[in-house]
Structure formats: structure tokens, C-alpha cells
Design a protein around this ligand. Sequence first.
Ligand code: C2E
Ligand code: MG
Ligand code: MG
Length: 766
Amino acid sequence: MAVLGLTSPEAGDWARLRALQYSNMQPLRPVRMCGQFTGALFTAAVVFQALGLVVATAWMAAFCASLWYASNAAGQLSDTEVRRPTVAEVRSHSIAAGVLSAVWALAPLAVGWWGTPTQLMVVWAILAAMIAGSSLFLAALPLSTVTFAILTGTATVIAALVNGQFLFAASVVMLLLLVGFGSVDVARTFLTARIAEAGIAEKSEVVSLLLREFEEHQADWLWEIDTNRRVRKASPRFSFALGKAPDDVDGLPFLQLIAGDAWETGQFAPSLHDLAERLKRRENFSNLIVRVTIDGENRWWELSGTPILDETGSYLGFRGVGSDVTEQRESSEKIAYLARYDTLTGLPNRLMLNEALRDALKFAEQWRTKCAFLMLDLDRFKAVNDSLGHLVGDRLLAEVSSRLKELMDENAMCGRLGGDEFAVVVRDASEKGSVERLARRIIGRLSQPYDIDNHTLYVGASVGSAVGLRDGASVEELMRNADLALYRAKDEGGGEHFAYEPSFHAHAEERRKLEFSLRRAIERKELVLNYQPVVDANTEELVSFEALVRWNSSDHGFVSPGKFIPLAEDTRLIVPIGNWVLETACREAANWPSHVRVAVNVSGEQLVEPDFTSNVVRALSQSGLEANRLEIEVTESIFLRDADIARAALEQVIAIGCTVALDDFGTGYSSLGYLRKLSFSTIKVDRSFVQGAVQNSAESLAIIRAVVAMADSLDMSTTAEGVESAEEAALIRQLGCKKIQGYYFGRPMPVDEVRAIFRRNEAANA
Ligand code: C2E
Ligand code: MG
Ligand code: MG
């Protein structure tokens, strides 16, 4: 029924099949019309013989009308090749075919009734020819053939039975049955074939679409080689990847095209060798990274391939996809490099040092040896960086790292941790004293002068070391302990190597606890100020007091400023503490006799705070102290970092009327040049020179004399620090210092004692 077109099953695209059926009938339509017309003329002739001209003409007219109608209906279906016929169209075509068949059926009926048996057989002969023709021409569309055969056949059978031609009727029935089943079967075969054909066409269309898409939008290309591994059917993209035109590529050995010079020498890169092996073994491979040489340039390809086999399983070649992954590979190599190396010096970075140390620890554990981690820090690097700029600083670091590299061997690896911190991982440090020797060599080499940009730079190095697994079994522990040792080395003044000792831990722990307590010192009111008198060297009259902070911690007891001030500077706690000192000292000094001034120590950290000057102004205005009674004491170290900011801040406080003293002169980086950078009112000669002078050190005496001479010429005053006896006082006076500070004239004293002194003086004067 479905093949006939009488039903359309739910499953499957039957409308599409119908379209295939109808489209097939179109090309031969004129031939069929011709056949129909010729058959009709013959039949009309028989009708004319049997029934006369009128009936024959009438039948012929009816035939022509129904043929025209049927042909119109068929014409509407002429474009079903490209579209699907509607149900109405199929129905009207069937009705037209039915009407035409009915007109045909009239002929045997009429001739059988009124004509001779022979005439009926002639008509049937014509009809049988038409049925045969229809079943051949309209094989795809059996419904027309079947309708035609049944209507005309039945009419003929009826006519034959009426005439008593039984054998004839039986032969007609036999033909009808044959035609009926036969044409349905042929149509079924036709449809099956067309379905298969359409399926294949569709599939190949989809495949070519997909391939086009793939070729156009992907960086990938298809490649194919034959049994001799020669390129076959090279696509434009593939030949482009090979750097050649498709015609120049076809038929050439694949490996020759991608091996570059190696093709001649036979020295294939390992990845290429691997590819050749797989091709030889006819092995599937996917995402194989191969280093190829195209036009003399090295590139990376990612190839996948499958052997091509025919249906009998014999090998025809290889086929696959490939893409150029050079950029990805290079960028990922670059990323991997950046992740593990320091960009400035090219040395391994912290991550890689970590890994090396982890390996070294594993090695030491396995072979019961020792490994070592050395941490080094440049001394005075900051000074270079701040005074000569980052460019020079960077060049210095590069020079340091190349010197460091020279000292390394396969047992030792150096790297940069960041800033001016470097590290060395020693894989086997079992030999006694080897770490110490290496550390000394590093310090010695790094301390030699550097020539950079016409500057001769002197920087030293401090080293801290820890030995695994003795000082730590994990990377973190070993690093922390080496860091503690380094900290200790720096603490001792630099230029030294310190091996880790467990006591450093306690030291660091104490420092941590101290910092914790110091953070609370102000609010707990644990800080107090002591004041040390400064007297005129000649008259021994009181000139000023220096405010010196004291910390009586509830956790740690009395902590000396020498200990907690550096800690406060490191942690920037010096800023709030310094402000407190400034305010407290000013408030106290405001109550003193007006000729007594107060000196306050200020750290570099405070000077670089943007609101330093406004803090000074506030301390003065809140206390009511005149600006000229406040002296700010700074050390030379402020010129080592952010020198310009520090100088600008000091110029501002000088501008509001305060004076500035240079403290501890001669201890630090002493250069008389500092004295010309700012108009100091006083230079305080450090206690060490005073002590030196007393012990008759020529150097100390010379320095004091030079400082005094220069201060005089620059209109500055001088104060000698740490004068502990009358003898020292006399010497200092003789050397020309203007003022003296020291235990001989008074120790730093609590505020009550200061007030008592003033009360006594007042009473004495009264
Ligand atoms: P400095 O400013 O040079 O203070 C002088 C130091 O020498 C004081 O030590 C003082 O007690 C000590 N001294 C004075 N005369 C003699 C003497 O005749 N013999 C001996 N042996 N020592 C003498 P102190 O109070 O321990 O202060 C140490 C350092 O702490 C100070 O050195 C100063 O740099 C710093 N400091 C103290 N208070 C403050 C502060 O409020 N702020 C800042 N930023 N630093 C402070
Ligand atoms: Mg001082
Ligand atoms: Mg001092």
C-alpha cells in the first residue's frame, strides 16, 4: 500500500520518497503522452468500425479532455526533484489518472457489447501494450499502472464474459495479476535503490561540508601518504604547512619534506625518528609532537594518524590530521622558564631553589649524607640602589649573580630569592668545613669592588647556612633556619658567615614576642622619657636635655633602647612611638626655664612619613613650646635611604625654626660630605671618639680636631658624647668642643629629677 502511495506509514520520510517517485516520471512524459495518443487513435479506429464515426469521435474527444487534465496534474508535479509534493497534488494526480483510465475502460466495454469478439481482442491487444508500456515507463509509480490495468482489464473481462470468450477472459485476468504484483515489486526495488542512492549522496554531501568547514576554520590540516610513505592528495593547507605548492608536494616522501637536512644525514631528531617508527609499524598514533624542519626553520607539529586499510584488510597508507603548535609550545616553554628563572639575573628563582632543596634533602636522607642551604644578603646594597638609582642597582645584581655562578659546580646551585637576597643549595655537604669554606669564598668574591657605570662600588655579603637534615628535615624548616642564621650575620654587622644554631630560634622567638609587646607599649603606658643634660663645655652651664625613651615592659622587664629601637624601626612601630616621644618631650620642655632646650631623637623611618612636619608643628603648638627650643637629632643613616625626602622634611622643620643635630657622627658611613648637605646646628661626636681620644688614639684625636675645625668654619656647634670623667671633660674642652654630654655631668634621668633640678636652681637663684 505504501509503495502504491495509498498509505504513508508514520516512520520514515515518505513524502521524500513520493517526491523521488514523481520526479522519476517526469523526463519521459512526452513519450508517454505520444504512446497514449497513438494507442487512442488505434482504439478509436476499432470503435469507428464497430460503432460508427459519431461514437468514435465522442470517445476520442473524451479521451483528449481527460488526457489534457491528467497531463496538467502531472505537470504540477514536475518540480518534485527539488521539493516535496503536497497531499492534494498527489490526490488530484491520482484522480486524473483514474478518470483517464475510466475513459480507456469505456472502449472494451462498448466494443465488447456492440462489436465482434475479434474487435474486442484487438482493443485488448492495444490496452495490453499500453499496460506493458506503463509498467515499464512508470515503474516508480505503480499506482497509475495498477489503476489503468484494473479498470481497463475489468472492463475487458466483463465484455469477454458477456461474449462468452472465457479463455480470453482468463488470459486477461492472468495478465492483470502479473502486472499488478510485478509493478509493485519493481516499484519497491526502485524505491529501495533510490533510498540508498539518496542516502549516499546526502552522506557524501555532509562529509564534504564538514571537511570544508574543518579545512577553513581550523589551524589543522589533513595529510595522507601511500604505502611508500609518499604524500598523496595534499590539501592546500597541508602543502602550505610544508611551505610548498600542492603540486610540488604530491608524490614526495613525507619524511623528506619535514626532515630538512636530516634527510641527507640520516640524523633524525628523536621525535621524527619516533614518527618514522610508528609509520613503519603501521601503528595508530595521536597528538604526537614532532620537531620538523620547514624551509630550514624548526617548527613543532602535532600529528595524529591511522593506517588506511581496504575492505580485505590490506594496507593502503596512512591518513590523519596535523597542526602547527610551534607558537603554543614556545609560549609554554617561555612560561615554564619564567616560572622557574629570575628575569633580571637569569638565575633559578625561589621556586626552582625550593625544588632543588627538596631533591637535595631526599638525596641526603636516602644516602645518609648532608645537604646545605646557604642564604646570602648583600651588605649596603640599599645604599647603592637608593643613591645611584635602580638601573645601577640592577646592573650590580647581575654582576653579583655572575660572580656567584662562577663559584658553583655540579654539587652547588645558586639562585635569587628576590631583592638582594640570593641562595645556594649544596647537594652533598658531608665533608667537614665545606659549607664554611664555600661561604667564605662567596663573601670574599662578592666583597671585591664592582665597576659599574664609572662608579666603583663596595658592597659586602652576609651568609647564613643551615645543614639538612640536622637543622631541618623539610624545605621550609631549612630555609627558615638559614634565614635566622643570616639574620644573625647581618645583626653582627655583616660580612660574616653564621651557621644555624638552635639558640637563634630562641632569639627570633624572643624578637617576635618583643614586637608583640612593643605594639601595646604606648597604650599600656609602658614608655617613659628620661632626660640627659647637655652642658656648655666652658661654663658647664646647663644648655639642654636630650630626651631618651625607656621601656619598662610588663612582659619583658626593662628593655634597652639599643634593643627595641632597631626593632621598632624594622617594624615601623617607631612612627607612633616617635610621635609620642615628640609630644611628651615638648609638653615637658614647655615648663622648663626658657633658656633650656630639648633634643629629640628621630629615626629615618619617621622622616619619610609624609606628615612628619605637621606632627612637629602639632607637638609644638599643643605644648606651647617655641620652635627654637626644639632640636631634632638624626644620624647619618637617614642619607642612605630616600635621602631627598629626608632632607626635604628636615629643611621644613628648620624653616619653622627648629634646629637639627647630626648624632653619632663618625660611626656610620661617615663622610664629611653629609655636613654640606644640610645646615645642621650641631654635630655630636660619637662616644667612641671621645674614648679613643682619652686613650690617646691619634686617629680619634685627628677626627675630633677635623670635625671641630669644620664645624667652626660652617658655623656649627659640636657636642662630645659619652664624657664620663673630669679628665675626659678637660680633654674635650681643650680639643674645642662647644658642648658636652655624658655621665660625668648627668645620666639620663626621670622627669621628676629634671623638675627637682629646676626647683633647686630656682630656689638657689631666689
Ligand atoms: P643617642 O641618641 O646617641 O643617645 C645617647 C646614648 O648614649 C644614650 O643611650 C645614653 O644613655 C648614652 N650615654 C650618654 N652618656 C653616656 C656616657 O657617659 N657613657 C655611656 N656609656 N653612655 C652614655 P640610650 O639611652 O641607651 O640610647 C641609645 C640610643 O637609642 C640613642 O643614642 C638613640 O639613638 C636611641 N634612642 C633613644 N631614645 C630614642 C627615641 O626617643 N627615638 C629614637 N628614634 N631613638 C632613640
Ligand atoms: Mg641622640
Ligand atoms: Mg648619640
